[in-house]
Design a protein. Structure first.
Length: 134
């Protein structure tokens, strides 16, 4: 199960599974894990502050509704355009900024921080595919 990545105001927190309660602002965040518990939703169970530019995977979470954010299919969650349209700053684009915070392996993985490597299984499958073309 992948952890939820939340950017809260100017701090970065990685939370297990989902953010159950939040009283602060949640911006440029997403969840790709399953959701369970007594208070839940697609992204957060309850939130006392604004949630902007944030998403959850409706297929992996099992939830099509939530108290904030926007539910997307796995395919949509693995497309840069989903996040670019919400103003996320990706490597090699300048329309949403030049800090290059995020990158994505289009169609194969969720967004990652610029310094995060792709999972080993994705890296090895890409290497195998590349070797077949050489």
């Amino acid at each position: 199960m992948r952890a939820v990545l939340l950017t809260l105001v100017t701090c970065l927190f990685v939370l297990p599974a989902q953010a159950k309660y939040s009283g602060g602002s949640i911006i440029t965040s997403y969840s790709s894990g399953s959701v369970s518990g007594t208070v839940y939703g697609g992204l957060v169970g309850w939130n006392g502050g604004p949630i902007t530019s944030s998403f959850w995977d409706i297929q992996t979470s099992g939830w099509t509704t939530g108290t904030g954010g926007t539910g997307k299919t796995t395919a949509e969650m693995q497309m840069a355009q989903t996040f670019l349209d919400a103003g996320w700053d990706f490597v090699d684009e300048v329309a949403n900024g030049t800090e290059d915070i995020w990158w994505i392996l289009e169609g194969k993985d969720y967004p990652r921080l610029w310094w995060e490597a792709a999972p080993a299984d994705i890296r090895s499958s890409n290497l195998e595919a590349r070797n077949k073309h050489e």
